[in-house]
Design a protein around this ligand. Structure first.
Ligand SMILES: [Zn+2]
Length: 657
């Protein structure tokens, strides 16, 4: 039998589904009460409803609630170990599970107060930007029992329903560091429905004692994952037996199976081809399970949570820091960019030549990037957007006195990194976004926003975690959907902005796969993008490093007296020479270390940065040395995901001590 609970005019009503019609019991009955009366009573109540219903209503004409809207308890287990392997791998932990996963079936208690019906809107967890779902099947307990054998546990199941375990991955990751179990990361909702299908009805799907139901999960009607419940490593009988040790299970208790592998977003996190981004307001999540029907829900944004001030760590020096501190506050320890500034290096808009502006953001470290504006008659070119939406809004607002008269018609994106692209979505649809083809391709295949949010919350160990918080805690990566370029070019492009000629040159690959600069000949201004870090250390994401030197030579040859870097204060061709000299110096250091047979770790330990030690973010030598080692020996072992990040933090800690 398929039991439903629906919202009638006179409150919740219970009925049995038959041929699209609900055969309702008299008002005032609940499925929980019927289950509690025992399987025989439930069965005869169903038979009676089918033969002489109190009411008959069409399924489509009513709103279904969860079959048991307020279960006595909800326990969710993790019976598919491949789900855990896939999750671990996607978040950088590899596929090997600790031995305990094979010894006991894992479960946690979920929240009966947030049970949702099969077609109800699904609220996002307040404060989360990593909203996810999980396709599971739930078994519902029919008989009271304690210390059950596996067979008794299996027999105690009265029926099954679909279970969507809504999950906030960022909150889960944060709370996971406390190692005391699930909390707000799993609190936003549990969907049950559309029916409770009694166990006898699913017997045809049982093979070798296992229930084999085909399942499919979709977001906006695109398949995210599929599989079969036959792949459970721990059976319902086993996990329920484990749960009943010393505990009396109650009729109506709900037991989740755990996620069917691939039927959740997080497992796809590192695969840009199958990861559509975290759930957003308006997304529709559909779970289909053979024999159990389908749930279909729209995700809805919720209000920001009420903030709680963090506690001071008595063992930590300096101000309180961490992911709970507000975005856009100044870095915890005041850092000063040591470079000479051609125009005052302050946050905001600076006219660097006639109708050419630089937007600078001290101190030039991670995410504190520059942008630019070139205005002509009735049209402007924007050079890059910024790291998050608030920073970009602040800049576009400050530019408004100029862009009201000369609206932005074109935007050149110098390269793919988020601190130059994340604000693209704030540009008017009419703005033509231009980028080199290599930049377009990198943006199309980037999981950058997700990775950055992971760095904000992940436990990276005692040295790298505070480093990550200090570097990235100031930014707010919520709501970002990177808008890619509308037009691409390969090596160069020339066009007219309101009567002014601008030249675009792709001098990469060096910092990234393609690195474009903007030359405005009539103003003598060059925007160098991230081929230029001034007073802060360049970082080689792509290489080859020798190509970065060639790019510096090409920029020097343009002979522009005013040079706006991607990071750091506005400079001149001497600033470009400084970057060139840095690479000459570190290539020599790397090549010498390699020649002596030093490992990468030994080489970064031994490196002498000379005058470049005073540049901010000098720890990037770790990444730069690694790229050079890869050029010298393509078989240089690749550090694991985020491994280079941790190495930088450790290098810095060592040099500062
Ligand atoms: Zn940058």
């Amino acid at each position: 039998m398929k039991w439903v609970t629906y919202r009638g005019a006179d409150g919740e009503r219970v009925g049995v589904l038959s041929g699209g019609q609900i055969h309702a019991l008299p008002a005032g009955r609940s499925l929980l009460e019927l289950i509690g009366a025992g399987p025989d009573v439930l069965h005869s109540a169903g038979e009676e409803a089918l033969q002489s219903p109190a009411a008959v209503v069409a399924l489509e004409s009513v709103a279904l609630a969860a079959p048991i809207p307020r279960p006595p308890s909800i326990r969710d287990s993790l019976c598919f170990l491949d789900h855990m392997r896939n999750c671990q791998e996607a978040t950088g932990g590899g596929r090997v599970l600790t031995e305990t996963w094979y010894r006991i079936p894992a479960f946690y208690f979920a929240c009966p107060a947030t049970v949702l019906g099969p077609y109800d809107d699904a609220p996002m967890a307040p404060g989360s930007v990593w909203q996810d779902f999980e396709l599971e099947v739930a078994a519902v307990i029919g008989t009271t029992g304690k210390d059950l054998s596996v067979e008794q546990a299996e027999a105690s199941i009265i029926g099954y329903t679909i279970f969507n375990d809504w999950s906030a991955r960022d909150l889960q990751m944060l709370e996971g560091q406390l190692r005391i179990g699930q909390a707000k990361g799993k609190d936003s909702g549990v969907t049950l429905g559309p029916y409770l299908v009694t166990a006898d009805e699913l017997e045809p799907f049982r093979r070798d004692g296992k229930l084999g139901l085909q399942v499919t999960a979709l977001v906006n009607d695109t398949v995210i994952g599929s599989g079969s419940t036959a792949a459970m490593d721990w059976t319902f009988g086993e996990v329920i037996s484990y749960m009943s040790r010393g505990v009396t299970l109650q009729p109506g208790d709900v037991i989740g199976s755990g996620t069917v592998p691939t039927c959740t977003l997080v497992e796809h996190l590192m695969n840009p081809d199958t990861f559509p981004g975290w759930l957003r307001d308006g997304d529709v999540v559909t779970l289909q399970v053979e024999g159990l029907g389908e749930t279909r829900q729209t995700v809805r944004a919720t209000a920001e949570p009420i903030p709680l001030p963090p506690r001071r760590d008595p063992a930590a020096a300096g101000p309180v820091s961490g992911p709970v501190s507000g975005p856009h506050t100044a870095p915890a320890s005041v850092r000063v960019n040591p470079a000479r500034a051609k125009v005052p290096y302050t946050r905001g808009l600076h006219e660097v030549a006639e109708k050419v502006w630089a937007w600078t953001l001290p101190d030039g470290g991670y995410g504190w990037s520059n942008a630019g504006l070139v205005a002509g008659d009735g049209a402007s070119l924007l050079v890059d957007t910024l790291f998050d939406l608030a920073l970009t809004r602040e800049m576009l607002t400050a530019m408004r006195p100029i862009t009201d008269r000369a609206p932005i018609t074109d935007a050149l994106i110098t390269h793919s990194n988020g601190d130059h692209t994340h604000g693209n979505q704030l540009l008017d649809d009419s703005v033509r976004i231009i980028a080199a083809q290599g930049t377009f391709d990198e943006i199309a295949h980037d999981a950058g926003v997700e990775r950055l949010a992971a760095i904000q919350t992940a436990d990276l160990g005692p040295v790298a975690t505070p480093y990550a918080r200090e570097r990235f805690g100031h930014f707010d990566f919520s709501g970002i959907t990177v808008r890619n370029a509308d037009q691409t070019f390969d090596r160069s492009m020339q066009f007219d902005v309101g009567g002014r000629e601008v030249h675009l040159l792709n001098l990469g690959p060096a910092h990234t796969a393609a690195d474009s600069v903007v030359h405005v000949p009539d103003a003598g201004v060059l925007f160098g993008g991230d081929l230029l870090f001034i007073g802060c250390t360049p970082i080689v994401w792509s290489g080859p490093t020798a190509n970065w030197i060639a790019a510096c030579d090409a920029m020097i040859a343009l002979d522009a007296p005013v040079v706006v870097p991607g990071h750091g204060p506005v400079t001149d061709p001497d600033g470009i020479r400084g970057v060139r000299d840095y690479f000459v110096h570190i290539i020599a250091q790397a090549d010498e270390a390699y020649g002596k047979g030093l490992s990468l770790a030994e080489a970064v330990d031994a490196v002498d940065l000379g005058e470049y030690a005073s540049w901010l973010d000098s720890e990037r030598i770790v990444v730069n040395m690694y790229r050079r080692y890869c050029e010298l020996d393509p078989d240089t072992p690749a550090p694991e995901l985020l491994g280079l990040f941790a190495m930088q933090a450790e290098w810095l800690a060592k040099r500062q001590s």
